[in-house]
Design a protein around this ligand. Structure first.
Ligand code: ATP
Ligand code: MG
Length: 521
């Protein structure tokens, strides 16, 4: 299937099921209504002169128009380029030119960002950009009006002529370890992944999925939107940006059965002072993913949110994104402590990052993924593509993993984050998990900082629970002494209010390393 054909099939099977709910505005669509509006936008875009293979940029927070544009572009074979809502002029100009975007659909503003103003600033430097459509403006109304009868015919013809192997989406990585890269993905890549992970969660027309993760990222647009529309479930948008209260409110009001988030989002929800006042009894399942999922947080999600079938997924933008996932019938122990087993029709292996040789089970090494989910390549960056995709089309993830005898995978960190202290490999994840067990510590992140004697030393950044007295290095070291090997005990401790984050809610350790080096001299 192409994404458009698959969407039409779902709309035909479940015409009256809710497809999309925007909680903040109260707007809602059934599948048959959403299909009608998607087709109108598709026709409007054809009328605007877009052709198969052209690039359309979308620069907006989570809102219904994002989803309309996602499916409308898929129907006419236009490559959707997801633009990070936190970008400013420099980055915007870069992505407009790098992807050769000819039409940009954007929100007028978001939080303190004046998108329309920034677009006007960079426009003279973007020769490919010929049309800007601000959502809510007369230009948008024209696109959404759906062209004429001739455009309907062209829509049907265009949609019928598409191939599932065509590129349909350029998604930028989170930028956790450096500058984001644009992964080029086909219908085949992302549609199958959305379908597969939705099946693992048991999605059907009775499911209502709360999606507080950004659409700009694969977590929102593939695991969220495509996971729903391939299985007839309902997409629920709690708010434009992440807000713990809005998320809990959306779950309660819309009786959501599933909730998504990166660990930091679940932590914020669980620690919200009004957590207890929301009725979350409809929740059954959900996904935690994006960065290491602390066991303690997973347990609370099961016990306090009632997400008894919650799963952990592991993946990356370059692999559409999910490669491994826990299953609903895995034991609780495995479900909270591993990233599960490989998805159907995909392969994973663990290799020695130096030699590329496959390692025996239970040995840490670099995780590699192969199969339908692997991206076509980074957009216009052949060299970068060749660094991660080998000749046999294995994607080298840059993540360190261990696979047990039954195929359960554990992600122990990123190669770039591993700390080598005095010749010992230290995996920050292990120390972070340990620090969570301190009653006053809310969240912990461990990085390596340069050290003359040991090469690197460990530095822990912590946030503390409200009303607790600030901890210092001595207190943390004392807490760890006798429980961790001496070389795993952080030398430095910094108490902060928050960590530097990507818009996808991941901690930017690159930034933490730079600022620690500055602070520690
Ligand atoms: P960049 O590639 O730009 O540095 P990024 O790798 O964070 O950013 P994404 O594609 O959004 O960009 O994230 C993929 C990465 O997220 C994986 O390579 C892995 O390091 C991490 N990750 C995803 N899911 C999990 C998980 N369940 N447990 C641990 N880590 C995870
Ligand atoms: Mg990455």
């Amino acid at each position: 299937d192409t994404i458009g054909d698959n969407f039409d099939r779902t709309a035909a099977a479940y015409p009256d099921v809710d497809a999309l709910v925007e909680v903040s505005t109260g707007r809602r669509w059934t599948y048959v209504q959403l299909r009608e509006d998607v087709d109108k936008v598709a026709c409007g875009l054809l009328q605007a002169g877009l052709q198969v293979g052209d690039r359309l940029g979308i620069w907006a927070p989570n809102m219904a128009e994002w989803t309309l544009v996602q499916y409308a572009t898929a129907k006419i074979g236009v490559v959707l380029v997801n633009i990070n809502p936190s970008y400013r002029t420099h980055e915007l100009e870069f992505v407009l030119n790098q992807a050769g975007i000819s039409v940009l659909v954007a929100a007028r503003e978001f939080k303190t960002s004046d998108y329309a103003g920034m677009i006007e600033q960079v426009r003279p430097n973007c020769p490919d950009l010929r049309k800007v459509v601000i959502i809510g403006s007369p230009e948008w109304d024209e696109v959404a009006a759906g062209g004429d009868a001739g455009d309907r015919v062209r829509l049907a013809e265009t949609q019928a002529g598409l191939s599932t192997d065509d590129p349909i989406n350029i998604q930028y990585t989170s930028g956790t370890t450096g500058f984001p890269k644009g992964a080029t993905l086909s219908h085949h890549n992302i549609l199958n992944n959305g379908h597969s992970l939705g099946r693992i969660l048991g999605y059907g027309p009775d499911d209502r999925v709360c999606i507080p993760v950004p659409f700009y990222h694969c977590f929102g647009m593939v695991m969220g939107n495509l996971g729903c529309t391939t299985n007839g479930a309902t997409m629920v948008i709690p708010a434009q940006g992440f807000d713990p209260k809005a998320t809990l409110h959306a779950v309660a009001q819309e009786r959501c059965t599933s909730l998504y988030g990166v660990p930091t989002m679940f932590i914020a929800e669980l620690n919200d002072p009004e957590f207890g006042s929301y009725d979350l009894s409809s929740l059954r399942t959900g996904i935690m993913a994006g960065s290491p999922c602390p066991v303690e947080v997973m347990k609370q999600v099961v016990d306090r949110m009632g997400m008894t079938e919650v799963t952990i997924a592991y993946g990356m933008t370059e692999t559409s994104p999910v490669s491994t996932q826990t299953r609903r019938d895995d034991s609780l122990e495995l479900r909270v402590s591993t990233v599960g087993r490989v998805l159907p029709h995909l392969e994973v292996k663990v290799v020695d990052p130096e030699t590329g040789a496959t390692l025996p089970r239970n040995t840490p090494g670099e995780l590699c993924t192969r199969g339908y989910s692997v991206m076509l390549g980074y957009w216009n960056q052949q060299e970068k593509t060749d660094e991660v995709l080998d000749r046999a089309r294995w994607m080298h993830t840059g993540d360190i993993a261990v696979m047990d005898d039954d195929g359960y995978v554990n992600i122990t960190g990123r190669i770039k984050d591993m700390v080598i202290r005095g010749g010992e490999n230290v995996y920050p994840r292990e120390i972070e998990e340990f620090l969570y067990t301190h009653p006053d510590i809310l969240d912990a992140q461990v990085i390596g900082v340069p050290d003359v004697k040991y090469g690197e030393e460990l530095c822990a950044w912590i946030t503390q629970r409200e009303g607790t007295t600030p901890l210092d290095a001595a207190a943390v070291r004392e807490f760890a002494t006798g429980k961790l090997a001496h070389y795993k005990i952080p030398r430095y401790v910094m108490v902060v209010d928050e960590f530097p984050m990507t818009v996808t809610g991941k901690v930017r350790k690159v930034e933490m390393r730079a600022s620690s080096v500055e602070t520690l001299g």
